[in-house]
Design a protein around this ligand. Structure first.
Ligand code: FDA
Length: 305
């Protein structure tokens, strides 16, 4: 892995660095480029703007690695509040949930029960939930929770990461009727015992998983900004006889916004992943690790304030 990327991902998990950066007078504009704001109202306002421009949305209440039940409860309540505030926007906006934000590191059962409350509220609002995927130590647990949740709500989706060696098998397990799989490359620092280290290997795995998802009978959700992969997804979808609308393109809020609109204008469903809330540090650090230009932008903003 690129040394700068490893360094930034290590900082993303370091408590002292987290406190230093999170309390620095970071420009609102820097965080706002990637994060919708801190409140439910901010999240709803950004969702409305994106939906009005022809995009769909998935909302993530920021937070992860919670080791305290009160914090997990706070996160669940934030999702319940958001889902009831969406109103008619729920036809175009779902939520994404990190299980470690709702108690997975404390107890898998607690995380499952909390996620089930969010799923019940999503069903009531008329929308869906997708489980984010975190580092590989949580993958089995997340897939077990997914399986439990899908017994009551078959529409619950999950993220799979093409950098993991295991992912093609997971894709094949999850590509049946009604499944919703969001395929991404993967954003954590993972050892070579479990993950491809070379970008070209991660991309090849992404294409293998793309073919398997398109050949399956679920709704594949292709989460990538990579122009080459976006083109390959289009070509493979045609080869599999998949019309636009039978799969989704997904990108992060603030990244390649013109490309999001271009694909939507071509008739594709494009869903934007919109994070909001006060716990932006880990999320933002992973975005920095993906692109040195973002890091320079962020550091410049830190020192000029
Ligand atoms: P890659 O990083 O190789 O970038 C390809 C090109 O895209 C770049 O050359 C540039 O043009 C553009 N680009 C990419 N990142 C950019 C950035 N930060 N700023 C500006 N331009 C950028 N990961 C995970 O481990 N678990 C998860 O649950 C999720 N969930 C998720 C949901 C959605 C909707 C998306 C889009 C992504 C995720 N991810 C994720 C993150 C994912 O694993 C990955 O780290 C990022 O999407 C970056 O990888 P790309 O496929 O975009 O390609």
């Amino acid at each position: 892995m690129n040394p700068l990327r490893s360094l930034i991902l290590a900082a993303a998990r370091n408590g002292a660095t987290r406190r230093l950066v999170a309390t620095a007078p970071v420009s609102r504009d820097v965080v706002r480029r990637f994060v919708a704001g801190e409140t439910t109202e901010d999240a709803v306002a950004v969702t409305r703007r994106l939906v009005d421009s022809g995009l769909a949305v998935t909302l993530d209440h920021l937070g992860e690695d919670t080791t305290d039940t009160e914090q997990a409860e706070h996160t669940v309540r934030a999702y319940l509040d958001l889902l009831s505030a969406l109103g008619p926007l729920a036809a175009h906006a779902e939520v994404s949930v990190k299980l470690t934000a709702v108690g997975q590191l404390l107890d898998e059962g607690l995380a499952r029960d909390n996620a089930a409350r969010i799923c019940a509220a999503a069903a009531e609002a008329g929308t869906t939930v997708t489980l984010d995927m975190e580092d590989h130590t949580t993958t089995d647990s997340t897939l077990r929770v997914l399986d439990g949740l899908r017994r009551e709500h078959p529409w619950v989706g999950a993220v799979l990461q093409s950098y993991l060696h295991r992912t093609l098998d997971d894709v094949l397990d999850l590509s049946g009727p009604g499944s919703r799989v969001r395929l991404c490359k993967g954003a954590y620092a993972e050892p070579e015992s479990v993950a491809f280290q070379e970008p070209v290997e991660v991309d090849k795995s992404y294409v293998r998983c793309t073919n398997a998802l398109l050949a399956g009978s679920g709704v594949p959700m292709f989460a990538t900004h990579d122009p080459r992969l976006v083109r390959i997804i289009g070509e493979r979808a045609q080869a599999h006889g998949r019309p636009p609308g039978s799969y989704e393109h997904q990108m992060l809020y603030g990244i390649r916004p013109e490309e999001q609109l271009r694909l939507a204008r071509l008739g594709h469903t494009v869903r934007v992943y919109v994070p909001y809330g006060g716990e932006w540090y880990g999320y933002l650090m992973r975005r920095m690790a993906e692109r040195p230009a973002n890091t320079a932008f962020f550091l410049r903003a830190l020192v000029t304030r």
